[in-house]
Design a protein around this ligand. Structure first.
Ligand SMILES: *[C@@H]1O[C@H](CO)[C@@H](O)[C@H](O)[C@H]1NC(C)=O
Length: 420
């Protein structure tokens, strides 16, 4: 076991070396071949015996998707693909102080349970704005108090985590050149002065921890196993509001959702989602949005449902909210993409958070939100904590909707442009 693990580590660091050189100046052929061999082995469950058998048989290097033929792969045996994510354009006029959060208002008059995915523009993989500092400070505070409960990288996900660092190395300084700068050892944050070393042997910090400090999102790495399921094997879950990494680590997609009581998961979502994960190709990233009502102002952890360290909590332990000032609109923008070398699936969750009273100043919002919530089925209501806020929120939305309708903001005048 010890030998396997140190081998693993060794290999991971060499994969990293590859990432470093490809980040800077293209990939020498011999390293590519080495990497191909290493990764083809790593992507399956690794044993020394297997390593010896495979090392000489395969001459694998990252191949064009067609040749890699991952469509026909045995589960858990992803072949490295030569795909490279396009270099993003700089975010137009992005500014640390003035770029406002994107106002996703991802609710419709009628609520549907479905995956609701759209294709993602590569430029928009990670969204940063003038709340970056707030999110960052909150994360640092969380790290200081909870540390390793919030992030981690299991051995199965280490190659993916290192590959992911390389993705950020490319993406962030190109998309947000006023915030990030590439250095020979990683990334510098031009505003905070933080410096991240991606290429140390061994790394000084967990790769997921470094990633958490770079972006506003939470992030999770799902690794395909030989049973065809995707398991949560690395992540940084710091501001999730209602769930904890420790509850979901090592679980597969389906158990993650059923343990969270996601409504209609088995009947409406499971089959489609599993198929989607298995078939997802590297060049087709997707995004989706969702929304919740929260009854406190704590972005990181909704303490109105209970203490974060308490395992017996949920909406069922939440008291009824007493006033509209304590109602918050919480909305996630999630992305899912597959990494080409490791084949791991990368799930990002960016949370947007604002008081319902602010939200309701926007045209058409109160009626649409009222209708949307009103159309939740019983199981959705239970999942989203309807009982805890309905007596305060619904009359408020109704009142605001009527005020707006008197001014002409009626359904008939509303444009349909989800997610708004
Ligand atoms: C956990 O939360 C429940 C519900 O609020 C409470 O009854 C229980 O005492 C809590 N347990 C601990 C250990 O704090």
């Amino acid at each position: 076991m010890g030998v396997t693990q140190s081998l693993y580590k060794n290999i991971s660091e060499r994969v990293y070396e590859f990432n470093k050189s490809s980040g800077n100046n293209g990939v020498p052929g011999i390293q590519l071949i080495l990497l191909g061999i290493i990764l083809s082995i790593l992507s399956s469950s690794l044993t020394l015996k297997y390593l010896h058998k495979q090392k000489f048989k395969s001459s694998i290097k990252p191949l064009p998707a067609k040749l890699a033929n991952n469509k026909e792969r045995r589960w858990g045996h992803w072949k490295p693909e030569a795909f490279k994510a396009p270099i993003p354009k700089p975010y137009p006029d992005w500014d640390f102080k003035t770029t406002r959060p994107i106002p996703y208002r991802a609710f419709k008059h009628k609520y549907f349970v479905n995956m609701g995915i759209r294709s993602m523009d590569w430029n928009e993989w990670i969204e940063l704005d003038n709340e970056w500092q707030k999110y960052h400070d909150l994360k640092l505070h969380r790290i200081a108090t909870k540390n390793e409960q919030l992030y981690g990288t299991e051995p199965e996900a280490r190659p993916a985590a290192l590959e992911l660092l390389n993705e950020f190395y490319q993406y962030l300084p190109n998309r947000y050149p006023k915030l990030f700068k590439q250095t020979t050892i990683g990334l510098d944050n031009l505003v905070t002065g933080e410096s991240f070393n991606f290429f140390d042997h061994p790394l000084q910090e967990d790769p997921m921890l470094m990633i958490a400090k770079l972006i506003q999102d939470d992030i999770a790495v799902m690794v395909e196993a030989e049973d065809g399921n995707y398991y949560l094997k690395a992540g940084a879950i710091m501001l999730a509001g209602f769930w904890r990494l420790k509850d979901k680590l090592h679980l597969c997609l389906s158990d993650i959702h059923t343990s969270g009581d996601v409504p209609k998961y088995s009947t409406h979502l499971k089959a489609g989602m599993e198929k989607f994960f298995q078939r997802q190709t590297c060049d087709k990233p997707v995004v989706r949005n969702n929304y919740f009502i929260q009854t406190d102002n704590n972005l990181a952890w909704s303490d109105s449902i209970g203490d974060e360290s308490n395992d017996s909590i949920g909406w069922y332990t939440a008291p009824k909210v007493k006033n509209i000032e304590n109602c918050y609109f919480r909305s996630e923008r999630q992305s899912v993409r597959r990494l080409p070398i490791s084949g791991a699936m990368i799930f990002t969750v960016r949370t947007y958070f604002l008081p319902v009273e602010e939200l309701c100043k926007e045209p058409f919002v109160p009626r649409r939100l009222f209708d949307g919530i009103n159309s939740w089925d019983e199981d959705v209501k239970e999942y989203k904590g309807y009982e805890a806020f309905k007596d305060i929120l619904m009359p408020y939305l109704e009142k605001k909707a009527k005020e707006q309708e008197a001014q002409g903001y009626t359904i008939e005048n509303e444009k349909n442009c989800y997610p708004y």
